[in-house]
Design a protein around this ligand. Sequence first.
Ligand SMILES: Nc1nc2c(ncn2[C@@H]2O[C@H](COP(=O)(O)OP(=O)(O)O)[C@@H](O)[C@H]2O)c(=O)[nH]1
Ligand SMILES: [Mg+2]
Length: 376
Amino acid sequence: MRIERYTARDSRSAMAQVRAELGADALILANKRVGGQIEITAAVDVEHAVATALPARSGNVQPARRSVSADTPANEIQLKALEKELDRLRGILEKELGGRNWQEATVARGPLSALRQRLLRMGLSRVLAGELLDSLPSIERLDKGWQLIQLSLAERLQAKHIEQIPGKITAVYGGTGVGKTSTVARLAGADIQRLGPEMVGLITLDNYRIGAQEQLASFADTLGIPLFTANDRQSLSLALQKMQGRRIYIDTAGMSQHDARLRGQYALISELRKPVRHLLVLAASAQASQCRALAANFSPRALSGAIISKVDEAQSLGGVLDVVISAGLPVLAYSSGQRIPDDLCEADGIELVRRAVQLAEVSGASPAGRPLRFAG
Ligand SMILES: Nc1nc2c(ncn2[C@@H]2O[C@H](COP(=O)(O)OP(=O)(O)O)[C@@H](O)[C@H]2O)c(=O)[nH]1
Ligand SMILES: [Mg+2]
């Protein structure tokens, strides 16, 4: 490998110099402005350089340094330094390309780069986009590749029916206003329909805000199911004891992603040492960074899965899908509207990906998903 730096008054002159010295196959490693001039760092294979290098140099363009070649022992130290620099640049480039392999990235630009653009437009991170592209077999047609990528994304969402997760106690966590109480009401409502109100009970840990419990209290009243408020281990155990034999839904207080009380509530419920389905509600309409920070409060296997809310309000869906995939959370349901029983939909990877694609293509309403149904 031979690496050179050239400075000239503009890019065109510097590039002309690169071509003249290193040939048309030279790889441009960096291009920056230094003191009003353009500095280009370029590299070429040594054998190739030997074959193509020409001594001619155009008038006002001068290389910043003499060349370093692998067969010049005196320059070995300098060569090492340049190799190190090249590795660093390669690292930056690979990071930019979403962790993709350097060689692959330079070889397969055509359809892969178009697919990458589509994935990024959906709101997926570069890392996930890179992983999805890397998992593709070699493709010739863009539409075939796009189909395979969407299937692979749908698979990675690990969509499951919530009843596949064992546990008669279900706790729901999440940020403020994401739809925790609505989710509790929706899941409890489904149980009331199939098992009867005598089999269902509610607990709320949400006693931080005035009026926070009113919504759940009126829901419990209307449907004739018990609701207990708990704020410590003792009151929580007592509530569970009083509702023994019922399927219990625990609503928690919404916290900012940085609030230690979010983890405190999880710890309180975990200490019960009972099988609990721990669900994280993530609003598709929130920023992906916010969802990521919320999920980061929980250790990898702490949560049983995620419920994605406010899909109807989202500008893009890729962000939240990226978060559940990278946090390893199966998607158990999603909600797409404010109606309490009707707007909770069955988690369906293909449907979520279809919606994400549609949002990236046109901003507009999506048809409703399939309502979440329970057996029996
Ligand atoms: N558009 C829309 N609104 C929702 C959805 N889920 C919940 N909401 C609304 O979001 C607001 C906050 O919901 P709530 O369940 O009280 O959130 P919590 O603070 O997390 O308990 C309420 O007005 C809900 O009706 C949804 O899927 N779509
Ligand atoms: Mg609430």
